[in-house]
Design a protein around this ligand. Structure first.
Ligand code: PXP
Length: 237
């Protein structure tokens, strides 16, 4: 299982003082040097962390792959087409949320997502859909022309009881296996940390990559990003 690092919270820290540092681009560079296979950022409607300028700089400097998380809005479509990230991950977005709370309601949004994904594909931008580990949502994602799915691990990350954890891992495994059978590339993320990644790693045969932000940036604030990324990669081995 490989690691993509989300650098949003480097920008959160910078914006707390409305200063120039720390810089998400520098963090991305160091994360890549430490072994991350991709850099993720979420350009939110309210630009609360990553801003347009960060995205531009990341596009120019990321050497692995740049995954742009965004809502399926006209504004974001325009930006994605201009920036051409290596992957767009479509996420639901609510202004008042602290972080992305749930997966995309691919069923309700079917008619809006189909042309959106097609337009990205026309510009040779692959699309990942951030969804709950639900078989119907996986099937719909494939039908919609997504190239990837990102399974939401928020529920998994909050569980504490061993039997519940095993059940949730099974649910994730079934969804990931179906995704692979349908030709999708399967990644996962949200709430993963240095503790819960240990059991999660058992899904390495069906989930190729994890996208982790908060836990890595939080550790990086104390021990440095190089160490924080290497520690996570060591656990993923
Ligand atoms: N994947 C997606 C689609 C997300 O929206 C987020 C949160 O920005 C993450 C992964 C990373 O979550 P966390 O910061 O909890 O590691």
């Amino acid at each position: 299982m490989q690691l993509a690092v989300n650098v949003d919270h480097i920008a959160t820290l910078r914006n707390a003082r409305k200063e120039q540092e720390p810089d998400p681009t520098t963090a991305a560079h160091l994360a890549e040097l430490a072994g991350a296979v991709g850099i993720v950022c979420h350009l939110r409607e309210d630009r609360r962390h990553i801003c347009d300028h960060d995205l531009l700089l990341l596009r120019k400097t990321v050497k692995t792959k740049l995954d742009l998380e965004m809502a399926a809005t006209e504004e974001m479509l325009r930006i994605a087409i201009q920036i051409k990230p290596d992957l767009v991950t479509l996420v639901p977005e609510r202004r008042e949320e602290l972080t992305t709370e749930g997966g995309l309601d691919v069923k309700a949004l079917h008619n809006a997502l189909a042309p959106f994904i097609a337009e990205l594909a026309r510009h040779e931008i692959p699309t990942s859909l951030f969804i709950e580990a639900d078989l119907e949502l996986v099937r719909l994602s494939a039908e919609l022309g997504a190239t990837h799915i990102e399974l939401h691990t928020g529920t998994y990350s909050r569980l504490r009881k061993a039997d519940e954890i095993q059940l949730e891992l099974l649910r994730l495994r079934k969804a990931a296996s179906l995704g692979r059978d349908l030709g999708l590339r399967v990644v996962a993320g949200h709430g993963l940390n240095y503790t819960n990644i240990i059991a999660f790693k058992s899904l390495s045969d069906v989930i190729e990559e994890v996208s982790i932000g908060h836990a890595i940036i939080a550790r990086a604030a104390l021990v440095g990003i190089d160490r924080a990324v290497r520690d996570m990669i060591e656990l993923l081995r």
